[in-house]
Design a protein around this ligand. Structure first.
Ligand code: ATP
Ligand code: MG
Length: 393
């Protein structure tokens, strides 16, 4: 019966121009989320509201699932949108709607009407009472409870009239496109896809960089990362993914530097190269999935060492999370199953038995001097041979 959705969004803190940007981005993201459905949707924006509707038949659950991926949406209300054909007709339609949504009528309810169009012949109090009465006439099992109703029946009189009684939670956050862009260091692990999700949730558009080490890492390991980027792009929109061949840099570090410092030195070069693409893409920050103390390369000392090579801010949205909390989020957003596929990661190939856990930056910088002869050239080659793809769901 519902051919439309009323979209609720957190507009409270928004003023003036911000609000327009927010709403325009939200409309754009809603259209993006629905573009692969069979039906054509129209997204309209009367003051303070967003409606999504279609003249075609469509699967309400499928549309709902798509809308639940749009950041900025606080709630989605499947609604009936109808022309004003007088009160009697409206009451009939509301009665039929309640009948359709709630086959079992043993519940308490309240009608909550709003009149955005003041020339409607009844005010909202009169509407509440009159619609309530019609409902009670039609379904004597229903009972009014104005304080704590089980079902709230919303009726809104605008140019057209809409009514709805269910509110499905959206993901919250801010529409992607309202807060600049950032470069995600995306690996095939559990953490970095979640980190990307969390920053995108604040309205940030994502680019991504993945380092692989063929032939030590396989085509399947790369495909896994592309798949993860696809899953994140369901929420974040299209992601520009740079795939960097890191093999020669990794081998060179392995040859020249103490093995227990390998991971830290490698991570410093990853950050530098990701930052190169970040500047190229106009990004305002880097994003990693690091959390304090999770592994040797994520102690406070290690983070200080890797952070030191960056000039852009590095955002680590998982910094205070336990692994279990990160796993729960990745299950919720749908990346977990892919993340745990057992393909090799470039960092684990040359991993030392006893990596330093408290590296000193001066010592690391000293070790890196041994790379002086060839490293700039290798970094240039890695950058110039990078493959860039656009990832969409
Ligand atoms: P993840 O689950 O995200 O792989 P992790 O627990 O395995 O994280 P590390 O391997 O130390 O942790 O990596 C820390 C962060 O560095 C990752 O969250 C990611 O942002 C980045 N990173 C690690 N490996 C790669 C890679 N091969 N390509 C791109 N980024 C990477
Ligand atoms: Mg990893």
């Amino acid at each position: 019966m519902e051919k439309a959705f009323l979209i609720k969004y957190g507009e409270i803190a928004l003023k003036g121009k911000n609000r327009r940007t927010f709403e325009e981005s939200l409309v754009k993201q809603i259209q993006f989320a629905l573009k692969d459905m069979d039906a054509e949707f129209e997204v309209t924006r009367p003051t303070g509201r967003i409606f999504v509707e279609s003249k075609d038949e469509f699967d309400v659950d499928e549309a709902l699932e798509a809308l639940q991926h749009v950041f900025g949406i606080v709630a989605i209300c499947p609604a009936v949108l109808t022309e004003d054909k007088g009160f009697d007709e409206l009451a009939k339609e509301v009665v039929a709607y309640v009948d359709h949504v709630y086959p079992d009528k043993h519940f308490t309810f309240k009608v909550d009407s709003r009149r955005a169009r003041k020339n409607y012949p009844m005010n909202s109090m009169e509407l509440n009472a009159a619609i309530g009465e019609k409902l009670l006439e039609a379904f004597p099992e229903m009972k009014v409870d104005v304080h704590n109703p089980e079902v709230m029946i919303h009726v809104e009189i605008r140019e057209r009239i809409n009514f709805y009684c269910k509110e499905i939670p959206g993901p919250g956050g801010m529409p992607v496109g309202t807060n600049g862009s950032a470069m995600l260091l995306l690996s095939g692990g559990i953490d970095s896809p979640v980190a990307g999700y969390m920053i995108a949730k604040r309205g940030v558009t994502l680019d991504a960089t993945y380092f692989h080490a063929p032939p030590y890492t396989s085509e399947r390991a790369k495909q896994k990362v592309v798949d993860l980027a696809k899953q994140v792009s369901k929420y974040a929109g299209p992601i520009r993914l740079h795939v960097v061949n890191f093999t020669d840099i990794q081998l060179y570090i392995y040859e020249q530097c103490p093995h227990e410092e390998l991971t830290i030195i490698m991570r410093r070069y990853m950050m530098k190269i990701a930052e190169h693409f970040a500047y190229e893409d106009g990004d305002l920050g880097l994003i990693t999935g690091e959390s304090i103390g999770q592994v040797a390369s994520q102690t406070m000392q290690s983070l200080e060492c890797t952070n030191a090579v960056c000039t852009l801010p590095v955002y680590r949205p998982l910094i205070g999370f336990d692994k279990q909390e990160i796993i729960e989020r990745s299950e919720k957003i749908g990346t977990y199953e892919t993340s745990i596929l057992p393909y090799e990661d470039c960092c684990t190939i040359f991993v030392a038995k006893h990596p330093v856990t408290k590296p000193r930056r001066s010592v690391i910088e000293n070790s890196e001097k041994k790379l002086a002869e060839k490293i700039d050239e290798l970094v240039d080659v890695a950058i110039n041979t990078t493959e860039t793809l656009m990832v969409t769901p």
